[in-house]
Ligand binder design. Structure first.
Ligand SMILES: Cc1cc2nc3c(=O)[nH]c(=O)nc-3n(C[C@H](O)[C@H](O)[C@H](O)COP(=O)(O)OP(=O)(O)OC[C@H]3O[C@@H](n4cnc5c(N)ncnc54)[C@H](O)[C@@H]3O)c2cc1C
Length: 292
């Protein structure tokens, strides 16, 4: 540990209003901490700039998953374990349940939360491509009230978001209308467990009369923010999946992504893998369409 605990203050209000009031009084001074799986890494490395932490782990409104006829509402501090165990999430949002199962080891999944993954805003975060293809919406809350933000507009640059310092991610809304789609998720890392993604994919598709009726593709670790591949989706819509279309999709993916070299991988490797993951998904979607 390179940090001295005596220099830090941790307050645990235990209720939403208490946490929001503290954030409102001195927004830049207080940092929310949910599972702590990102915050404590910074802390133990001596790189956590904030000295005052608000514990939001035990706030009931942030821990529940509510089901409505047309959507579900996931509390910002729901853990990856809770997501994996939830029957509706597993059945209707398998991309999210799968991403939850990728996120570190079991101990990490017991503490790490979906809101923390979103707010931490790493482009390599595993659950974020799934939120893009499912058209997630976020509810942000502060003493000033609540506001709904389409998740696709939440990240504004590398580790930059539209969340104000006094706001919490209260909930994540997922519409249930995409639950009948064929879904496919892949994570490519250095190994199967406890590895941050070199590239990860979340994809949904539907075939109708032998052609792609709708397709939704998102990648992590290939740009400063999690990336939805709108151009590739537009190019693919309405077409029959053939080898020439898969080649065209690879080229389109390469035009949209902006991978970099870093400690985990190279831009060249990420580009090749991104194209392969999309090609693999399209081949599986075609096979699914042939048997449907
Ligand atoms: C060993 C290990 C392995 C990991 N493996 C993976 C992996 O495979 N894939 C992956 O994606 N991530 C991985 N992570 C990163 C981490 O577990 C996730 O990002 C997790 O979702 C963070 O959630 P948390 O609740 O622990 O966040 P915290 O550490 O509590 O907080 C992270 C950030 O989010 C903010 N925050 C948290 N909750 C809210 C909220 N509701 N509203 C507003 N701001 C909030 C905090 O202020 C902080 O800035 C790993 C971490 C470790 C330590």
């Amino acid at each position: 540990m390179r940090a001295d605990p005596a220099e830090y203050k941790l307050v645990s209000p235990g209720n939403l209003q208490g946490a929001l009031s503290l954030l409102a009084r001195e927004p830049a001074q207080w940092l929310p901490i949910a599972g702590g799986t990102d915050v404590m890494v910074l802390y133990s490395a001596g790189k956590l700039p904030n000295r005052n932490l608000i514990d939001i782990w035990n706030i009931p409104e942030l821990r529940q998953i509510d089901v409505f006829p047309d959507r579900i509402c996931i509390g910002g501090a729901c853990t990856f374990t809770a997501l994996r165990r939830d029957k509706i999430v597993s059945r209707e949002f398998p991309l999210l349940a799968t991403a939850a199962s990728w996120t570190g080891g079991i101990a990490n999944q017991n503490r790490g939360t979906l809101g923390g993954n979103i707010a931490n805003a790493s482009p390599a975060a595993d659950s974020l491509p799934a939120l893009l293809v499912y058209d997630a919406e976020l509810t942000l809350i502060s003493v000033r009230g609540e506001r709904r933000v389409p998740y696709r507009t939440f990240h504004t640059g590398y580790k930059q978001t539209v969340r104000a310092a006094d706001e919490l991610i209260l909930s994540i809304w997922l519409p249930r209308r995409l639950s009948g789609y064929f879904s496919h998720a892949r994570k490519v890392g250095a190994r199967n467990a406890q590895a941050i993604s070199k590239v990860c994919l979340a994809a949904l598709g539907q075939i109708s009369h032998g052609a792609i009726r709708d397709v939704r593709l998102a990648l992590g670790s290939v740009a400063p923010v999690p990336l939805r591949l709108h151009e590739a989706e537009r190019m693919l819509a309405g077409k029959k999946i053939e080898p020439s279309l898969i080649d065209a999709a690879r080229k389109s993916v390469l035009k949209e992504i902006r991978p970099i070299d870093d400690i985990r991988s190279t831009a060249r490797y990420r580009s090749a893998v991104a194209g392969n993951l999309v090609a693999d998904f399209l081949a599986k979607l075609a096979a699914e369409g042939a048997t449907a």
